[in-house]
Design a protein around this ligand. Sequence first.
Ligand code: FBP
Length: 552
Amino acid sequence: MKKSALQRVRAEYQPKLPFALQGPVKVKVGEKTQSVADQEEIEKLFPNTYGMPVVEFERDENPQRVEEPFNVGIILSGGQAPGGHNVVSGIFDGIKSLNRESRLYGFLMGPSGFVDHQYMELTAGIIKDYRNTGGFDIIGSGRTKLETPEQFDKGLKILEELNIKALVIIGGDDSNTNAAVLAEYYKAKGVDVQVIGVPKTIDGDLKNKWIETSFGFDTACKVYSEVIGNIQRDCNSAKKYYHFIKLMGRSASHIALECALETQPNICLISEEILAKRMTLDNIVSYVAYVVSERAKLGWNFGTVLIPEGLIEFIPSVKALIAELNDVLAQHGEELAGLDDDNKLITIHSYLSAANAELYKSLPKQIALQLSLDRDSHGNVQVSLIETEKLISEMVEKRLEEMKEQGLYVGKFATQHHFFGYEGRCADPSNFDADYTYALGFNAAMLINAGLTGYMSSVRNLTGHTEEWIAGGIPITMMMNMERRNGKLKPVIQKALVNLNGRPYLKFASQRETCALNTLYQYPGPIQYFGPAEVCDRPSMTLLLEHEKDVY
Ligand code: FBP
């Protein structure tokens, strides 16, 4: 593999480990736990893995044991997130530090590789080329849902064949929920295979008291913030465009919020706020048009608007429309598949209830069609395919024309559209993510050696110095509650949406008006891998604010 100059030098970076993981460890066992909600139901569903204690690792100054070698399998599940390769390197170095004879196997292209027995052994020579790099290409990733006993049994065959003691699932909330179900299944069956989860997703919505952030969020937000900053410089130089920028994050608005804190755009919509205030599409359009018209009075016909990818699902009226569309698509999928775009729209319209039909008709044609695309394997609308940035800007343009006719707006409104998502998911991890992911992987190896199953690798105190990070494990059932999914109540890890009483949101809200009616852009610049720690090692503003730290 040919390497760039940065890749060559970056390969030498040795991620920093918490003090506790820098030598042999012993386990400090905490109190028994319970799930965040619906305790009775979750306990019933997880009789063998419910209530286990939180564990923490401490340095063992007098290690007595000689560790036996053991084999580990890993699965990269779901969307890519910067740092995945360092989780793999961390697990590899962790198991080798315990016994040189231990081996690591990677299942190819996500959970399907586990079910279909597609795998490769990951050796030192292979891993060397992937240290500190972005991407999941070392073994690939996939979105197959691992949830049926047939899949678990098929997977078990290959685990037994390769003498694998533990399976590590690196994924988001759904994948880690499945890791808990798998751990319970093997335990109930009396099978001696452990399952450990690692918290991954750029969306930042797999977090709680014990999992302070999911890996990849930091790097992805830094990449997006760099380009938003560049756009803002351009915008403030040419002074002729409104840039509508959609940012990834399937459901929660953490990415948009973090980027807004980093770059201070004129507008950033926060889906959770829109839901809480029960705002309509019309309310949102009115707000954006108001800011544009006020800026025009100051002579500024330019600006930036950040839009979270998941926005439309949080607008109550659109949410109701999507729910009905899901049913229509499920019931009439075959009929609709054979129709051209115009007839598809007419047919769907005829199946909708009056209120939803009216909203559906008011949407720009392209958006209505995008809302009617096939759902993903989890039954979700594929929000990354819906051009919400165009929806909002087109509707604002219309509104401004009406305002112009009424003499309420004098200005020019020229637009540019952007969607930042895939640009950041495979970036080389920032120092924070490089260290965090390596520690999560190394820590997972220690959890396996401690004989634990149904745990998520947890590294905490992340706004402190790396040496002071706390390493341990959290029972996955502890993070669960019951939620309705595809019409059925299911045990799932509670998703973390933006907390409207939390410091990151409150900080943003406190400066929103000033940023809207002034031009106070910030330019974070590219991720720095070498240089002063305050530039290179700084975690996300979200994390700093959540931990009562100063950010500016
Ligand atoms: P995960 O939840 O699997 O980490 O993926 C998150 C995400 O990046 C979302 O932000 C986005 O909506 C989605 O993946 C896109 O999925 P795909 O890669 O399948 O297009």
